[in-house]
Ligand binder design. Structure first.
Ligand code: PEP
Ligand code: MG
Length: 317
């Protein structure tokens, strides 16, 4: 029992019957690495690189400056996995050198994320080259993913750019638009892993701007339709023999983390502060219990009911 308690408070993420679910950290730059290491993160599941450059500058950061920032993160996880997301600019995160000035009526539906990078291929190529240089000679498992992938055309364009930059390691796609979730199988023809972004997936599934408080109820990651979309993507990845993680806020909710595990998700990435509680909760249940909780949460119609159904299954009532 002491050993079980110890495993729950540190070490890698696993269910009580030993099913491994790596627990990774979401970070915005080198300054957040120490907290991730202290929380026992097994690596980084989402490095939001745009946060390094949200200084209002009209200039793209130089390749050298980028290499320095990426290396500081990669060095902190010598044997671990670090998933770097290329610049996700636009909407709530404008970058002067990448996103159009205020001339879009619906910035969340406009040129943001990968779309902005494909409009500025030189910015994308510089970032990918900087990442390849930063990883050079390190044992770290660098993986690079694109935000806002909508379809196979997007996924192919990103994979082509990664090849052109000579990037080592796996290339992935975020699944945060319903079109990508519904056609995950075709996206996996182009990339080697998926990462579910539940914040934007909620926004685009419900047509509810994540920045508008009046429609905030749609940001609840327990919405059964989001569980359905995630289950489909996870199943497509399993069939293709590839990984499908979660890096949106959903992963930080300990009970929802168990449900996501039951849906077939292969890693969970969250703010470092949430890792200890997620680790401890996951360690209390078997994979079969997580699967039953996931099925119960998908069988109802509202977020509140889904939450209650999963809690009920896991508390053994
Ligand atoms: C998401 O959309 O869930 C996500 C992880 O990306 P971000 O919150 O940075 O848009
Ligand atoms: Mg997103």
């Amino acid at each position: 029992e002491r050993r079980a308690a110890l495993a729950a408070s540190s070490g890698p993420g696993r269910t009580s019957d030993g099913h491994r679910v790596p627990l990774l950290a979401n970070i915005g730059g080198p300054a957040e690495v120490a907290a991730a290491v202290a929380a026992g993160a097994e690596g980084v599941g989402l490095f939001r690189t745009e946060f390094l450059f949200l200084d209002g500058s009209a200039q793209a950061p130089s390749e050298e400056r980028q290499v320095e920032a990426y290396r500081a993160v990669l060095e902190a996880f010598p044997e671990g996995r670090v998933v770097v997301r290329v610049l996700d600019a636009g909407a709530d995160k404008p970058l002067g050198f990448l996103t159009p000035a205020d001339d879009e009526p619906n910035p969340a539906l406009g040129v943001r994320g990968l779309r902005a990078l494909l409009h500025h291929p030189e910015v994308l190529l510089t970032q990918l080259r900087a990442l390849a240089k930063a990883a050079d000679g390190l044992p770290v498992h660098l993986e690079v993913m694109a935000p806002m992938v909508a379809d196979r055309v997007d996924a192919r364009a990103f994979a082509d750019a990664c090849r052109a930059a000579g990037l080592p390691g796996a290339v992935g796609a975020m699944v945060e638009i319903p079109s990508a979730a519904l056609r995950a199988r075709s996206i996996l023809q182009e990339v080697g892993f998926l990462s579910l972004g539940t914040n934007d997936l909620a926004q685009y599934t419900f047509a509810a701007d994540r920045q508008v408080g009046a429609v905030a109820r749609f940001q609840d990651p327990w919405q059964p339709v989001l569980l359905d979309l995630m289950a489909g993507a996870a199943e497509a990845a399993r069939a293709a023999g590839q990984g499908c993680g979660v890096c949106g806020e959903a992963a930080a909710d300990p009970v929802l983390a168990c449900v996501l595990t039951g849906l077939g998700v292969t890693s969970l990435s969250m703010g470092a502060a949430a890792i200890p509680r997620v680790r401890a909760t996951l360690a209390k249940y078997t994979l079969a219990q997580c699967e039953r909780a996931a099925a119960a949460a998908r069988a109802v119609d509202t977020a509140e009911e889904a939450r209650a159904a999963a809690h009920q299954v896991l508390s053994g009532e």
